[in-house]
Design a binder for this molecule. Sequence first.
Ligand code: NAD
Length: 262
Amino acid sequence: MDLGLRGKTAIVTGASQGIGRAIAEALAAEGARVVLSARNEEKLRRAAGDICAAGGDATYLAGDLNEPETARRLLERARNEFGPVDVLVGNTGGPPSGLAAELPEGAWREAAELLFYPQLRLAQAVLPEMQARGWGRILFVTSISVKEPIENLALSNALRAAVTGFAKTLAREVAASGVTVNTLGPGYTATERVKHLFEDNAARQNTTPEELEQRLLAQIPARRMARPEEIAAVAAFLVSEPASYLTGQAVMVDGGYTHGLL
Ligand code: NAD
């Protein structure tokens, strides 16, 4: 299937490693011109360099998406290098773990700065040019926590829900202009983030990261974690031309992990 992404300008945030990087690679492999963004310049340079070495078209901008200025510079870079933005994939790192009953108010504010506001800012900034041209794709990476809250991850459970509500509302507002807005919830995926979660939770539960991983795998019907490329393949379809009638959806890619019927 031709995903119709050749020559399109795509921004992917949180793209220096893990799921974001895999999405940037997948879009570039489909012929999109990709602007990668994250905090770590060295990793970004490598990720963009690898894409170009594989025959793709990529550039990058390092910056912290907690700061509104980063979003502004990112859009400027995309427009100057590749032209108006056609595809936005909003992704950042996960928030720290912690209990809803204990996390202080400041932690909630920081989590909103990390998970919610960057998505809001970037989406509002790219919308006018997408609507003016009658085509656009916005995809936010969230988590399976929007379907089933994850123990000790209160910040993710609450703020991903906010992103999902924003996406659903926005999708309906802009659907008539050819712009789709969806969210993708990865299940457990073998990245640095998950390694750190195992280490963090193991210390808390007085066990080992390996033991925790085995317990988790037993709960995943697929009996393994996802590879980032498996998440990226679905992301590429969600922002593709053929996915033109798919909007306002929260798509879980989780090896069967979540139990809900819908
Ligand atoms: P990761 O930690 O490996 O990568 C996160 C990326 O986001 C990195 O490129 C990092 O530089 C960037 N980033 C973090 N904070 C940023 C900031 N303030 N400004 C700019 N860039 C920032 O994470 P991952 O495993 O690839 O996961 C990606 C997203 O998917 C995260 O939000 C994560 O919580 C979510 N998720 C992951 C899993 C999983 O199992 N890996 C499961 C569910 C949800």
